[in-house]
Design a protein. Structure first.
Length: 187
């Protein structure tokens, strides 16, 4: 059978590079996990391509995704971010990202790291979706449901089950590359 990669990146070079180099690669670094938490929250209601093309502006606006710094952002910094034309200027999502940085610090104190906490939802391993067609990829899962419930209980914002599932895909907690994709077996 001929190799058929995932079709969602289309012909876009940046999307292809993200698919080939990042999407589905297991992440255990708290800063990188916070980056995906921020970007996936901003994706809500938008396309991933829109967010990906603003990623470097987000990196600059959110202190290189240094959650310790973001946790200290005050109302003045919030107002600056709302005016930043490089990012998606949604006040609630910006405020939610600041809140999420604060909650992440609390989770670190309790679990030792955000990674240790977040990976518990997949039993510490990558779940293999074994998808043969794009239409088989779900928007949520029992694991993303549980993650969403627990994150919301802890005060995190913009962490519905669909966002959590997208986060799990990005962070390599679930492998949803098609089984025919060249990236499928890299886990």
């Amino acid at each position: 059978m001929a190799q058929q990669n995932c079709i969602w990146p289309g012909n876009d070079p940046l999307m292809i590079r993200y698919h080939d180099e990042e999407w589905g690669v297991p992440v255990h670094d708290d800063r990188k996990l916070f980056e995906f938490l921020v970007l996936d929250a901003f994706q809500a209601g938008l396309s991933w391509k829109t967010v990906l093309y603003k990623r470097e502006a987000f990196r600059k606006a959110f202190a290189g995704f240094d959650y310790k710094k973001v946790a200290r952002f005050d109302d003045a910094r919030l107002e600056l971010l709302v005016q930043d034309i490089g990012i998606i200027r949604n006040r609630l999502k910006i405020k939610g990202s600041i809140t999420n940085a604060q909650r992440l610090l609390e989770v670190q104190k309790e679990f030792g790291s955000f990674a240790h906490y977040i990976w518990q939802f997949t039993g510490g391993r990558t779940l293999d979706g074994k998808r043969k067609a794009t239409g088989e990829i779900p928007a949520t899962s029992p694991e993303s449901d549980a993650m969403s419930i627990d994150l919301r209980r802890r005060g995190f914002k913009f962490v519905g089950s669909t966002i959590c599932y997208a986060f799990m895909q990005a962070a390599g907690m679930v492998n949803d590359h098609l089984t025919t994709c060249s990236c499928y077996r890299r886990q």
